[in-house]
Design a protein around this ligand. Structure first.
Ligand code: MLT
Length: 206
């Protein structure tokens, strides 16, 4: 099968749910497979590799400096990823109504951008250590059917709790149901994040 425009992995599951796994800077399509499996052992996994290379480290969009994003590229890449997901839905017979995004750091940011631009096929998202990927969206889409869990780190110097708070406000204003958890950690993922994600997904009605 072609790579549908992105190097990726698809791992079939035993339930109609598919987790869309979006890695952090320097990760790849293998990075979050274990975490996806821990969050839902029965779900299928769709895991693309970001196409931008920053000194050899894969990412989902360009940045100008740490925490300073090339927002034109964020928009372009969010739409490009959305086109890949449409192709994957067709190729792998994925039930889009049961698609849940699981993103970490840069991967959480591209998922948040897709939500803010109204180009996400998923209506559930678990975002670990997200930031605000776009500063200037004139009209947010109607996100009333969307449920999001945001997992911040209390001492995260990159995706600070204040930045996660700003993203929370933007998504809630657009109608999304947002749950926020602040973990006693930094930017790194912890086992508590996985437990929290699993619980949230179990209760999210998807
Ligand atoms: C980003 O560039 O998306 C954020 O700074 C998170 C990161 O990748 O370090």
């Amino acid at each position: 099968m072609s790579d549908l425009g992105f190097i990726h992995r698809f791992v079939p599951g035993q339930s109609p749910r598919t987790l869309l796994l979006l890695h952090g800077t320097g990760g790849n399509e293998d990075d979050l497979l274990e975490i996806g499996h821990a969050i839902d052992p029965a779900a299928a996994l769709l895991s693309p590799r970001g196409k931008i290379l920053e000194n050899g480290a894969p990412r989902f969009f360009r940045r100008l400096a740490e925490g300073v994003f090339d927002e034109a590229d964020v928009v372009y890449r969010a739409k490009e990823l959305s086109a890949f997901i449409n192709g994957a839905i067709r190729s792998y017979d994925i039930d889009a109504a049961k698609l849940v995004a699981v993103g970490y750091s840069n991967g959480a940011n591209i998922a948040a951008a897709m939500l803010m631009l109204g180009v996400s096929q998923f209506s559930r998202a678990i975002l670990f250590r997200p930031m605000v990927p776009l500063s200037n969206v004139h009209r947010m889409p109607d996100l009333r059917s969307v449920k999001v869990e945001l997992l911040a780190g209390k001492i995260d110097p990159i995706a600070t709790p204040a930045i996660v708070g700003t993203l929370t406000g933007l998504l809630r204003e657009a109608g999304a149901e947002v749950e926020v958890q602040i973990q006693p950690s930094g930017h790194e993922l912890t086992s508590q994040d996985i437990v929290a994600a699993r619980e949230w997904l179990r209760n999210s009605g998807s």
